[in-house]
Ligand binder design. Sequence first.
Ligand code: SAH
Length: 255
Amino acid sequence: MLSSRPLNALHPVALIGAGPGDPELITLKAVRTLAQADVVLIDDLVNPLILEHCPHARVVRVGKRGGCRSTPQAFIQRLMLRYARQGKRVARLKGGDPCIFGRGIEEADWLTEHGVPSTVINGITAGLAGATQCGISLTLRGVSRGVTLVTAHTQDDSNLNWSALAQTGTTLVVYMGVAKLADIRLGLLAGGMRDDMPVAMIENATLPNQRECRSTLAGMQQDALDFALQSPAVLVIGEVAAQHAQAVLAAAHSA
Ligand code: SAH
């Protein structure tokens, strides 16, 4: 469909990170942009409380809460394009950060190819916030020299090279890992990671129903079962996952 407006008159589509769950963990820029939006496309895992910042916008839910299949990506993209071409201010709200396992740049590129400008507003990614809320510093000085963010879920269902990841010596933060605990555990053990390597499994991070299960590499699969670990959850695997910094916990609970 051809645009009824000159392309340079279109508002950029804002791809916004809604943060990990706590509705206060969102940037001022995101809040200001939401307040100006005409249409907000809200993704799965975005806390609906954030919609208080856009009371006048039309809200379109494009997530898969409740076990439904997610709205197909191509449909969401076409929806953004259609509203933008109508001259509307479109905001696309995504959980965490739009560019961490969030297709933010893919969508921005696709919009560019279709002649619509876009902008990305960062959010706090779940792995970072979840670790902090459990008193874990992902790069604790003298313990961890780096972090690897990795998804256990691949588009073609191929297995990741967990053995190679074991050998990086960095803290691993695994997204979308709940259904893949067996593969992760076996792969990391095969890669030479210690079987008593600490693991923290953090469910619903930063939300009132946040839960954490501390375990080890060898025990994580059974412990997750006993704990009935559910998605969304992130796994922190590495020496730092043994930490429980009390100062952080005290601050989080008094906030
Ligand atoms: N862009 C998002 C990640 C989307 S992928 C971000 O930056 O956080 C979806 C995965 O993110 C989930 O399967 C889970 O692994 C993780 N996740 C998202 N929200 C979470 C939360 N509140 N608690 C724990 N994990 C979460």
